[in-house]
Structure formats: structure tokens, C-alpha cells
Ligand binder design. Structure first.
Ligand SMILES: *Cc1c(COP(=O)(O)O)cnc(C)c1O
Length: 471
């Protein structure tokens, strides 16, 4: 979103309408860390922000996963946990909430999103089948590959361009998809892996028009669509704001309609659903549900808790209902846009339009003198921490990993440093501090040197890899 369209949004609603629809009842002190201590901590962490201790972090924008503040109602729900091994009443509350707000029939609880990804991948992918997706997500693609699937990116090409202002950069390119189906044969397509919003593209939404057309195409070939619903509430908000015919519909109504075009979904409840841990998987097909419900006992726990405590499921059921309220979503995304506007006004290169959950700094545009194998986005995350104590993370070549066939780095078009905003946690003044910190790093960009990787784990290397500065 350009700063002028951001301003339009501000005028349209007035700041009062996206001010937080809550007040603060309990606070958690933050520690200001000295510059000296930050340099030491960065070195100890191998210049990987995932290896920092949170004690050494001032404002933590590593992730919006599991970092939300729960409401007083959710905390009250924690006290109502029914810790029976089987048939906990909290499970039925969760099942009702998923049915009511997402509209799927059958619900399988899991400990978090990747537990759900594991189950569905193992059950629906046959060895050597293709899994077309609107860009990849790290854990999603890995589970699909471990199940024998071959990931194919079918997102529209605008998504790979950080400055392209397309309002729905998460859309599936239906021509790319149909070409793949015709080339490989429909029997070699496991399912469509659709994400809304698309995390790795910068939190970009999928339009209702696109999912409707995708449904028609998939019906013609009898291919199921499974949705990564992790940030689907934020996606629904963007549809309300940007797509013709939706401005008078509630986020909850839009969410239900979108999900109705898909056959099932997996969820990292640690995002939109406002809990610190949890996940679920939901489908409409009873035979598939039977298989998933059988698998969950092996890997997660009984089908009425799936790795969560009863109290977790209660907080989750309440979080689902709170998370789809229009005033909540508007203030959540409004805060992200606020930070984005500050950076855009300073001509700092970020992915536009600004997405729903995070600001993505364009590290390639920061460090035009670094090649991609000097890890520009990793460098930027490390710099930002060292200069300010603000923690972000790499979303570029390190996250993209190696090609399973050739063993070579994958070179993604997007080399980004993500500043993810936890829900209901930081204030506008914190956002001002973050913007100033980014500005400081931007101003010294030309003197900044890259990194080399000195330790590389086999799976999801971005979590545990270690680096050293290039002398
Ligand atoms: C976080 C995330 C996941 C994985 O969920 P976990 O709860 O972290 O296991 C899957 N997809 C997307 C888009 C995510 O952001």
C-alpha cells in the first residue's frame, strides 16, 4: 500500500476506529540492553536472531507466532480447563468454534500448525505427486516433501516483485496451475496447497474472485483444495478493504465464504487464533477425517486433545471468536500499516502493499553491494539487533534452504528481513522506536559487510544456522 492509500484508509475510518479495542490490565517489563551487551549477544548467537536469548532483546518482532497477548476472557477460560484424557468439554467448544467461524465439519486438534501439516501430508500425498502452492512456507513444504511430494510454486509473478502494488499478490496463477495439471496429468497432483495470507510473499492476500475461480478449475479436474488458514482472518480483512462487493460484509462472513471454496484447512492457532500454543486440522470429507483422526493418535495425542491441554483448547475456542471481530482485525492490521507508513515516508525499501502481520524490509535494496550468498537479509536482521535491540528474522536465501535434488542453495527472488508484529502486545510508541531503529541501519547500509555461514543444520536451517562477519 502506498502512503497515500494508507492515508486514505486513515481518513476513511479516522484513527479512532483503528485504535485498540482494549485497554491494558497487566504489563510485562522490558529490559533495555546496552550496545556493548548486544554486540556480545549477537556474536554468541552466531548472528542468527533465532539463537538470541529473549533476555537480550528489547522489542521482539521475531515472529507473531504464539506471541499474542491473551484477553482476560481467555485467561478465565484457562481456569475452566477440563483435563480429562478423553472427551474433554473444551474440545467440543473448540470443535463448535471451528465449525461456526470456518465452516468445516470435522475437526482434529494438533499441538500446533506443523502437527496438522504432518498429518494431512502423510495422508493425502502419494510418493512423487506434485503439490502446487501459492508460494511455499517453510514447515508446510518440508512436510509435503517428507511425505514424497514435489512442491511447485503457482503464485502470480507479481508476488516475486517487492515493489509491485497488486492488491492481491497472494493469488494463484490459474494458467500456471492448469499447465502443470496438463503437463503432469491430474493423477499426479495431490492437492492444491492454498495459503491466505501468504507469509513468505510479505503477508499478501488472496482475493475471493481468485479462490472462486480456483474452485471452478479444481472441480473440473476433481482436485481438492486445502487451505493454510493460519492468517486467513487477516486475508478476509483485506478482501473487505480492497475487493468490490465486500465492504459491507463482516470479516467473519468473508472468512466463512472463503473457506467454503476449500475442502479443508490446517491452522497454526498461534497466529490469528490468539493463543500461545495450539493448532487444528479440519475437513469436510468423512473418510479423510477417519484417517486423520487415526493418525493423530500416533503422533499428537488422542483425537479430543491432539497435544493440547484442555485449558489450551478453551483459550483457543475463545480466541477464535475474538480474532474474527472487525474492530480487532482493523486495529491489528492498522498497527502494521502505521509502521509501514513511517518507513515508506523515509523512502526505506519495504515490500508493498504492506501485508497483514509484518513489515518486510527489502534487504537486496538495502545492500546492493552484497551478493545473495553473502546473506543480505540475515545481515540486516543481525545489524538491526546490534544497533537497537529490535529482533526480526531472515526470510531469504537461508530460509529457502537447499534444493533436495541438486543440494544447491535455492535463490529466492525475495531477500527479506521480517519484522512481525505480535497481536495486542506493543504500542504505537514501540512502533516509532522500531521505525527509528530501521532508519539508523538504513543510514549506515553502505558500510555494512555481509556474513558467511559457518554451521548449517540439515532441516529448516534458518532456525539454527551460525554465521560470522566477512572480514
Ligand atoms: C507458523 C506457520 C505454520 C506452522 O505453524 P506452527 O504452529 O509454527 O507449527 C504454517 N503455515 C504458516 C503460513 C505459518 O505462518
Amino acid at each position: 500500500m502506498t502512503s497515500s492509500s494508507y492515508k486514505t484508509m486513515g481518513q476513511q475510518f479516522g484513527r479512532r476506529s483503528w485504535a485498540e479495542p482494549w485497554k491494558i490490565k497487566m504489563v510485562e517489563p522490558l529490559r533495555m540492553v546496552s550496545h556493548e551487551d548486544r554486540l556480545l549477544a549477537a556474536e554468541e548467537a552466531g548472528y542468527n536472531t533465532f539463537l538470541l536469548r529473549s533476555h537480550d532483546v528489547y522489542i521482539d518482532l521475531l515472529t507473531d507466532s504464539g506471541t499474542s497477548a491473551m484477553s482476560d476472557r481467555q485467561w478465565a477460560g484457562i481456569m475452566l480447563g477440563d483435563e480429562s484424557y478423553a472427551g474433554s468439554r473444551n474440545f467440543y467448544h473448540l470443535e463448535d468454534a471451528v465449525r461456526d467461524y470456518y465452516g468445516y465439519q470435522y475437526v482434529v486438534p494438533t499441538h500446533q500448525g506443523r502437527g496438522a501439516e504432518h498429518l494431512i501430508s502423510q495422508v493425502v500425498i502419494k510418493q512423487g505427486q506434485y503439490v502446487p502452492a501459492n508460494m511455499y512456507f517453510t514447515t508446510t513444504r518440508l512436510h509435503q516433501e517428507l511425505a514424497g511430494g514435489i512442491f511447485v510454486d503457482v503464485i502470480i509473478s507479481e508476488a516475486h516483485d517487492p515493489s509491485n502494488l497488486h492488491p492481491f499478490k497472494g493469488n494463484v496463477d490459474l494458467n500456471k496451475l492448469e499447465d502443470l495439471i496438463k503437463r503432469e496429468g491430474v493423477e499426479n497432483i495431490a492437492f492444491i496447497s492454498l495459503a491466505g495470507t501468504v507469509n513468505m510473499a510479505g503477508g499478501q492476500p488472496v482475493s475471493m474472485e481468485n479462490v472462486r475461480a480456483l474452485r471452478e478449475l479444481c472441480d473440473r479436474y476433481c482436485i481438492p483444495i486445502y487451505l493454510d488458514a493460519t492468517r486467513m482472518v487477516e486475508n478476509a480483512f483485506f478482501i473487505q478493504q480492497r475487493e468490490d462487493g465486500y465492504k459491507d460484509k463482516s470479516v467473519a462472513e468473508i472468512l466463512r465464504e472463503f473457506c467454503s471454496y476449500t475442502d479443508g484447512a490446517w491452522m497454526s492457532a498461534k497466529k490469528d487464533n490468539l493463543v500461545n500454543i495450539g493448532g487444528w486440522l479440519a475437513v469436510n470429507n468423512h473418510d479423510l477425517f477417519d484417517k486423520l483422526r487415526n493418525m493423530v493418535v500416533v503422533y499428537e495425542g488422542l483425537h479430543t486433545y491432539g497435544g493440547m491441554a484442555g485449558r489450551d483448547m478453551e483459550a483457543l475456542a475463545i480466541g477464535i471468536a475474538e480474532g474474527v471481530q472487525d474492530d480487532h482485525v482493523r486495529s491489528r492490521v492498522g498497527q502494521v500499516l502505521y509502521l509501514g507508513r513511517l518507513l515508506i515516508d523515509w523512502d526505506i525499501p519495504i515490500v508493498q502493499p504492506v501485508g497483514g502481520h509484518a513489515i518486510f524490509l527489502d534487504a537486496k535494496a538495502f545492500y546492493t553491494h552484497l551478493s545473495q550468498d553473502q546473506f543480505p537479509a540475515q545481515t540486516l536482521a543481525a545489524q538491526l539487533y546490534q544497533e537497537s535491540g529490535v529482533r526480526g528474522m531472515e526470510r531469504g536465501i537461508v530460509s529457502a534452504g537447499r534444493d533436495p535434488k541438486t543440494g544447491k542453495h535455492r535463490y529466492p527472488a525475495l531477500e527479506l528481513t521480517r519484522l512481525a508484529i505480535p497481536r495486542r502486545v506493543y504500542t504505537q510508541a514501540h512502533m516509532d522506536v522500531v521505525a527509528e531503529a530501521v532508519k539508523k541501519v538504513f543510514d549506515i547500509r553502505q558500510q555494512t559487510r555481509g556474513l558467511k555461514m559457518v554451521y548449517e543444520p540439515e532441516y529448516l536451517r534458518f532456525f539454527q544456522a551460525r554465521f560470522e562477519p566477512i572480514p
